[in-house]
Design a binder for this molecule. Structure first.
Ligand SMILES: Cc1cc2nc3c(=O)[nH]c(=O)nc-3n(C[C@H](O)[C@H](O)[C@H](O)COP(=O)(O)O)c2cc1C
Length: 141
């Protein structure tokens, strides 16, 4: 099965989760700017929200979703990190739904370090949970 992992990460938290997911799947995690425009059966997509972007996802993430060809993407599975709660997941769901791209019901979220908050997150337990999420999602596709 053709599986890919793509992410946007300003401070590295979501990148760590992307790496754990990719390791669990035996593939490589790539930033959305390096994502190849070929077909994919299951795409794991990760992002977070930023006050500097209207408390939403970065414009590059919106552009990335807008540029996905629905005919080339079987399903997207979402993951995110954040300060308190998963605000990026519903935003991404909405963007993908508007493009007619199916989204897996289960998503993954864990806390991410922000200034002096959530120090050490994502931690080893978070990354293990992300890997389990990836395997479950692949299995249930
Ligand atoms: C510049 C900046 C602005 C942020 N603004 C918000 C925000 O408005 N709301 C929120 O819940 N989290 C906010 N956060 C927290 C991030 O969503 C959180 O740290 C996330 O894990 C960052 O992911 P990343 O390291 O992959 O970029 C902000 C973080 C940064 C660095």
């Amino acid at each position: 099965m053709n599986v890919r992992v793509a992410y946007y990460s300003a401070t590295g938290n979501t990148r760590k989760v992307a790496g754990a997911i990719a390791d669990a799947l035996g593939c490589e995690a790539v930033g959305i700017d390096a994502y190849p425009a070929d077909g994919v059966e299951l795409l794991f997509l990760g992002a977070a929200v930023y006050a500097t972007h209207g408390h939403g996802v970065h414009q590059a993430v919106k552009d990335f979703v807008a540029g996905l060809d629905p005919a080339m993407v079987g399903k997207v599975a979402l993951f995110s990190t954040g300060f308190i709660q998963s605000e990026a997941i519903p935003i991404l769901r909405g963007l993908l739904a508007a493009r007619g791209i199916p989204v897996a019901e289960e998503s993954f979220f864990c806390l991410g370090r922000f200034a002096l908050f959530n120090l050490g997150r994502p931690n080893a337990v978070d990354l293990l949970a992300a890997a389990e999420f990836a395997k479950r999602t692949l299995h249930n596709r």
